[in-house]
Ligand binder design. Structure first.
Ligand code: BEZ
Ligand code: FE
Length: 294
């Protein structure tokens, strides 16, 4: 282990890990070291560039806290999150496709009944969402839990607001409900609008330097869990959205794009009367049975 040079260092690092007790960890770390070294050699990384990269990662860490996950954002904008999601969620074509989780999911969101308004005061155009959850064979999935979350009309999730801005409210435009016996669900919320990923930190600087727009197409997040089925983490997108082909996190799938129907003022699905326009969205989900491969 002496006189290591650019030709022998990779092998030396691999050999240094030979006492690792975990086969899986060893194989992941070997791959990481090999690819990292190959990358640095291929682009002929300079010392200044290496130092800048260390500084950049240090800033990513410093920006990360309980409410802000700059590392997840880095993974998302480098396409790593979508790669990991895609390679771990291969399923029959008839199943609803998965996409990125994103940094704004919150465990333990409030429970709602079907028909409730989950916006909880978040500003936006009223939107009534309905659909069914079915298994691959077509049968309804009763009692599936649906976690739903979205940004408001200003493009912010509740967790991005300073606590005082929400007063006593802890959650807005997010919640959990369960499908009925026939697999159906429905709730009221607000219209999803395009929003920019947080770009006031190092990842935003990276996007700007690379000439990449930070705008995500409008979407509603779903995390659906049901006994006997693979969990499904996905979005539903609007087909009138200008950013569908420039998503900075590479999360758009054609099968997840649908019509969000605009209605003029009048009676809304819950029987109340709106003096302004409102939207309806109907989308059905198909879950893959556990252990069923593509
Ligand atoms: C989101 O959809 O919430 C999201 C995903 C990736 C990065 C930022 C936001
Ligand atoms: Fe989102």
């Amino acid at each position: 282990m002496r006189n290591i040079n650019h030709e022998t260092v990779t092998q030396a690092v691999l050999a240094s890990m030979s006492n690792c007790a975990s086969e899986r960890l060893l194989s992941v770390m070997k791959g990481l070291v090999q690819h990292l070294h190959a990358f640095a050699s291929e682009v002929k990384l300079t010392e200044d560039e290496w130092f800048n990269a260390i500084q950049f990662l240090t800033e990513v860490g410093a920006m990360t806290n309980d409410n802000r996950q700059e590392f997840v954002l880095l993974s998302d904008t480098l396409g790593l999150s979508m790669l990991v999601t895609a390679q771990n969620n291969r399923k029959p074509a008839a199943c609803t496709e998965a996409t990125v989780l994103g940094p704004f999911y919150v465990a333990g969101a409030p429970e709602f009944d079907n028909g409730d308004d989950i916006s909880n005061g978040a500003p936006g155009v009223p939107c009534f969402v309905s659909g069914t959850v079915r298994g691959l064979s077509g049968g309804p999935v009763a009692g599936a839990s649906l976690d739903i979350w979205q940004s408001d009309e200003d493009g912010f999730y509740d967790v991005q607001k300073v606590p005082d801005a929400l007063g006593d409210v802890t959650h807005r435009a997010r919640g959990r409900l369960h499908t009925r016996a026939d697999g159906s669900f429905n709730f009221r919320s607000i219209l999803a609008e395009p929003y920019s990923v947080p770009h006031d930190g190092p990842v935003g600087r990276m996007l700007a330097t690379l000439g990449r727009p930070p705008w995500r197409p409008a979407h509603l997040h779903f995390w659906i869990r049901a006994q006997g089925y693979e969990p499904l983490i996905t979005h539903v997108f609007r087909n009138d959205d200008p950013y569908l082909d420039s998503d900075p996190v590479f999360g758009v799938r054609s099968t997840l794009i649908t019509d969000w129907i605009k209605h003029g003022a009048g009676v809304m699905p819950d029987g109340s009367v709106s003096t302004t326009e409102f939207y309806t969205l109907d989308y059905d989900f198909v879950l893959n049975p556990l252990g069923n491969m593509a």
